[in-house]
Ligand binder design. Structure first.
Ligand code: ZN
Length: 324
């Protein structure tokens, strides 16, 4: 089979709250999109049944327009083995221990690949988004947590066990905040949307400013960003602090891998302009001049679609259909 105009690939972005699935054309355009609640509290069988039903429906709707589905790719939050086994997933506990690749492949009869959701997003940006012109990059997805995905010479690097590039759990404070992963002082505890909100709630008690006018229940990365853009010193400093921690890690990456780019995606990336200068300053301060000068730091371009596009692209490439 070739990557002809008639071939399509199912890309699935599984989240703790919602699942989004798309039929993606060979050149990376989203042809059909479906979204439904994960309802993981109803258990594994319910989840898989709904997934199978929606994938079959997308496939049928594609076939009705002459698009033949050739493979499936799924991004899942958690540690995913190369075999497709879900080692761990905080948000999708009922899937732990399941080989999702085997389950979906058996249901659809299609070549299937399962990957970590941040890896899927990195692959999507690498193929169709902000990473298109770079062979090697690291992408951070800043949301509830901090995910990351590493592309080396055009290929997704997943490590010997499939669980590489969990760089949201790089230690930035040796005796810092306890992380659910068991380590102390992970980047995720300082640069996620959750971390920004927590830092705002703590510091507003002492420092006041415009953030003090917002009820604690309404503080979020978005509302803090809006206040920062109105010039509030505290709100700006919270983003600068998150950027500083990202920059510490980015400098290490620059020295270790001499990458071309770091892409910042996820919900907090809408505030890239508030993070950018602090990341850059830290990289220039800490990394060697040559890798620091080489490293481009830029926001993602695909937004919420990075994961489904990346999952579909990896499915396409692993099923033998090379990119154009
Ligand atoms: Zn951690």
């Amino acid at each position: 089979m070739t990557g002809s105009a008639g071939a399509g690939y199912l890309g699935v972005d599984i989240g703790g709250t919602n699942v989004r699935a798309a039929l993606v054309g060979a050149a990376g355009s989203i042809l059909l999109l479906e979204r439904w609640p994960a309802e993981i509290h109803l258990g594994r069988e319910h989840f898989l049944g709904r997934l199978a039903g929606n994938l079959a429906a997308l496939r049928e709707r594609g076939a009705a327009t002459g698009i033949e589905t050739a493979a499936v790719g799924l991004g899942v939050p958690g540690l995913i083995a190369k075999t497709g086994l879900v080692h761990s997933s905080v948000n999708l506990e009922p899937l732990v221990g399941l080989n999702l690749k085997d389950a979906v492949s058996a249901e659809t009869g299609l070549p299937t690949v399962v990957m970590n959701d941040a890896n899927a997003a990195a692959f999507g940006e690498s193929r169709y988004g902000a990473g298109r012109s770079y062979a090697s990059l690291l992408m951070f997805t800043l949301g509830t947590g901090v995910g990351s995905g590493l592309i080396l010479d055009g290929a997704l690097w997943t490590g010997i066990d499939g669980v590489a590039a969990e760089y949201g759990h790089a230690t930035v404070e040796p005796a810092g905040l306890l992380c659910p992963c068991g380590n102390c002082g992970c980047l995720e505890q300082y640069a996620s949307a959750t971390a920004l909100t927590r830092a705002a709630i703590t510091s507003v008690q002492h420092q006041g400013g415009m953030l003090a006018d917002i009820p604690a229940g309404e503080l979020s990365a978005e509302t803090i960003a809006a206040v920062a853009r109105r010039g509030d010193t505290l709100a700006r400093s919270l983003f600068e602090e998150a950027g500083r921690y990202l920059g510490i890690v980015a400098a290490t990456v620059a020295n270790l891998l001499n990458l071309e780019a770091i892409i910042v995606g996820g919900g907090v990336a809408a505030s890239f302009d508030l993070l950018d200068a602090a990341i850059r300053r830290e990289v220039d301060r800490r990394a060697f001049a040559i890798p620091a000068a080489r490293l481009v730091i830029r926001p993602g371009e695909l937004g919420d679609d990075a994961g489904i596009l990346g999952a579909a692209a990896l499915a396409r490439e692993l099923s033998g259909n090379a990119p154009k």
